[in-house]
Each structure stands twice: as C-alpha cells, then as structure tokens.
Write a protein that binds this ligand. Structure first.
Ligand SMILES: [Zn+2]
Length: 248
C-alpha cells in the first residue's frame, strides 16, 4: 500500500514502546486519526525532527492499513514556539487541541485543519488583550463547521422570527434563540444576549482570526454561551467552574 503525504496537526501523543509512539493527528482528508509511529522516538531520516509532540504541525506520511493508519514519517514545520510566551496562550492552545481531539470524527474535515492552524498562529501573535477573542472565535467557528452554528434570527422551537433590535434568549442545548412564548421554564443555562453581544457573535463568525474586539460587557456572556455550547457538543461538563450547576 502506498504512502500518502498530508498536512497534519498533532493533537495528542502517547509512548507506545521505547522507540515508537501512538499519535493523534488532525488532517483535512481523514479527519482525526490515530496512527502508530514506528521508530518516531529514534532519530532517523523519516523522523528527523525527533519524537512527535502536541501542537506540532507539518507533513505526515501516512500508510493506510487493514486496520487504521501507520505513520511512516513526519516533517515538522513548526510547533508554534511563541505560545510558550505566556501560560494563558499555551492553556488556550491546549484547550483548542482538546476540543479538536474530542470533537472531530475520523472523516473528511473541510476547513477544520485550516481553522486550527490560523487560530494557533493568531494565539501566538495576537496582542495580550485579544488572545481571549481568538479562542472564542475558534470555538464559534468550530461550532459552525460542526453544523452547530448558533441560530440568532429565529426561535429554534417555533421558527418565529427573532425581534431585530432587542435582546434574545439563547438555549445553548437547543443551539439558538428561544422566544418568550416557547420559554416556559427558564433554566440557568438560558443566556440573554444583548444587541451588542449578538453583533459581536456575528462578527466573530465572519472576521479573520485575531482581528475582532468583543465589547468588554459582552465578552463574559459570549464566553459562557460558547463554553456551554462546546461542552454540550462534546458531551462533557462545561469548563467554567461556576457553570457546573447549569449542567444539573
Ligand atoms: Zn418559539
């Protein structure tokens, strides 16, 4: 069987033996795949950058086998070294890798690798005051690419148009606006988005990574909403400790 070279981002690594690793790769053509990297812990022409590590990206030489894939070689381009400049940047990057690891199936993923790479590059270079926006944009764009774009213009239950210039209430589990008539039992997870927050969400979807400033008042609300939506998509508890009760 032939070797196929494809751009790949390393999402997780695990030692398999004294010379080999098991590696989680995000690729555009195969999605999130687990590969056995025989000999990757030894210096060789195939693994001349040494053992693979999380957040490295480069060209992966993969061989499809009867069951799964083997990694025949990896040529690293970068591991985004500037992320280590701050604990916040690194933590956000690792969180991004975890979302991709848990939330990406082994199937073609148009746009997801591109989103991951542009987000990591922006996390590396963005000014300190905008790194949070980069992470929020990643979460939102990831939801969009996963078919879970928050619905803002109509009620997800009755399809009634949402009022234009007024706040809306979002049910993160249902993925969008729930109108007053449909919202019979307000739950703690229901998030009210001001007009400014709705505008910031729309802008986050459209804008290139690292270019958006969310109004300070809207940021905690958007962060909470996206945290809940990503947690729901991944079927895990929300990250934000104060939100634990919301899940109950
Ligand atoms: Zn409704």
């Amino acid at each position: 069987m032939g070797v196929e070279t494809t751009p790949a981002l390393v999402l997780a690594v695990q030692d398999w033996s004294s010379t080999s690793q098991i590696v989680r790769l995000l690729t555009e053509v195969h999605g999130n795949i687990s590969v056995l990297a025989r000999g990757s812990r030894r210096m060789s022409a195939d693994f001349r950058f040494g053992p693979l590590d999380v957040l490295q990206w480069g060209e992966a030489a993969v061989v499809r086998q009867k069951r799964g894939f083997q990694l025949a070689g990896f040529a690293a381009r970068t591991a985004f070294p500037q992320l280590a400049r701050s604990a916040t940047r690194l933590a956000l990057a690792l969180e991004l890798a975890e979302v991709l690891h848990e939330g990406t199936p082994a199937a073609p993923q148009p746009g997801v690798l591109q989103l991951a790479l542009e987000s990591l590059a922006a996390l590396e270079s963005a000014p300190e005051e905008t790194v949070q926006e980069v992470a929020l944009r990643f979460q939102l764009r990831w939801l969009v690419l996963s078919g879970r774009q928050p619905v803002l213009d109509r009620c997800v239950l009755c399809d009634r148009s949402a009022p234009g210039r007024s706040p809306v209430r979002i049910d993160p589990w249902r993925g969008g606006v729930v109108c007053r008539a449909c919202l019979r039992h307000p739950a703690p997870r229901i998030t009210t988005l001001s007009v400014a927050a709705q505008g910031a969400l729309r802008e986050l979807i459209e804008a290139p990574a690292g270019t958006v400033r969310i109004p300070a008042a809207a940021e905690p609300v958007i962060a909470r909403l996206l945290d809940l939506m990503v947690a729901f998509a991944l079927d895990r508890p929300p990250r934000h400790p104060a939100l634990d009760s919301v899940r109950a």
